[in-house]
Write a protein that binds this ligand. Structure first.
Ligand SMILES: CC(C)(COP(=O)(O)OP(=O)(O)OC[C@H]1O[C@@H](n2cnc3c(N)ncnc32)[C@H](O)[C@@H]1OP(=O)(O)O)[C@@H](O)C(=O)NCCC(=O)NCCS
Length: 225
């Protein structure tokens, strides 16, 4: 059953990935019985997020030609995807989004909604002057505030993208440097050694129905491996 809000949700293909965006306050089918414990003890707003995220993930599975299946949660909070798929979920107060792709195409994927909240004094904890300069080249008319938000959201997407592959839960915002490659693509370069050093993630900014989304993609070919 689709959401009752007209025109929503939106399902869009982006390369190998399918992105399903919906409102959190829409009417969705119930969670699958195995997922229902995920909402135990949660407040109403969180229950809605979980319901929206799982249903949007199933819409994306269907769009990928897969059976819609359960999405449970691992101990570190990351979603547990059905065999053969990688994926990621994000919510803001109004929207939820799920991005999924076949593991034959991508090793991992991460998504984040840029909810428009300014970073203010925490800007320097999230992004360096070098990164702001690189982003300014990519988005020449954007203000420093907007660039800071793009960097923040890109790094949240990167965190979600790398976590299932590296198991790295302690990755800090400055452990990743955002750069623009020779083709004008936004890429994430690890500033530290370790498992992540073998990976180069691409980051794409998308706008669907006015909602800004940052999508991090880890291709199947790893640098140095
Ligand atoms: C986990 C984290 C990325 C979630 O981001 P958020 O902006 O708070 O929340 P969002 O709504 O965008 O995303 C929530 C979803 O993230 C996913 N998530 C949670 N923990 C995760 C993890 N360890 N790995 C991958 N995905 C995770 C879940 O799917 C969750 O939704 P669900 O619980 O309904 O399934 C964030 O809280 C966090 O801990 N960040 C660590 C610091 C960081 O980002 N560093 C950047 C390093 S480059």
């Amino acid at each position: 059953m689709a959401s009752r809000v007209s025109k929503w949700p939106f399902v869009q293909q982006h390369g190998a990935a399918v992105i399903a965006l919906g409102r959190v306050d829409a009417t969705y089918p119930e969670l699958l019985p195995s997922e229902q414990p995920l909402t135990d003890g949660t407040v109403r707003a969180r229950t809605r997020e979980i319901l929206a995220g799982r249903n949007l993930a199933r819409l994306a599975m269907t769009a990928l030609g897969q059976e819609p299946r359960e999405v449970l949660t691992a101990e570190n909070g990351s979603p547990k995807w059905p065999d053969g798929l990688c994926g990621s979920i994000s919510h803001s107060s109004h929207f939820a989004v799920a991005a999924l792709a076949p593991l034959t195409e991508l090793e991992s994927i991460g998504i984040d909604i840029d909810d428009g909240r300014p970073l203010e004094s925490s800007l320097g904890d999230v992004v360096t002057a070098n990164e702001l300069s690189a982003l300014q080249v990519r988005w020449p008319t954007a203000t420093r505030d907007v660039l800071g938000r793009i960097a923040f959201s890109a790094k949240e997407a990167i965190y979600k993208c790398q976590a299932p592959v590296t198991g790295n839960v302690g990755l800090g915002f400055l452990d990743i440097e955002l750069a623009v490659d020779g083709s004008g693509h936004l890429v994430a370069m690890p500033t530290t050694a370790g498992e992540l050093a073998h990976h180069r993630m691409r980051v794409i900014m998308l706008q669907i129905q006015g909602v800004n989304l940052l999508l991090a993609l880890l291709p199947r070919t790893r640098l140095g491996k």
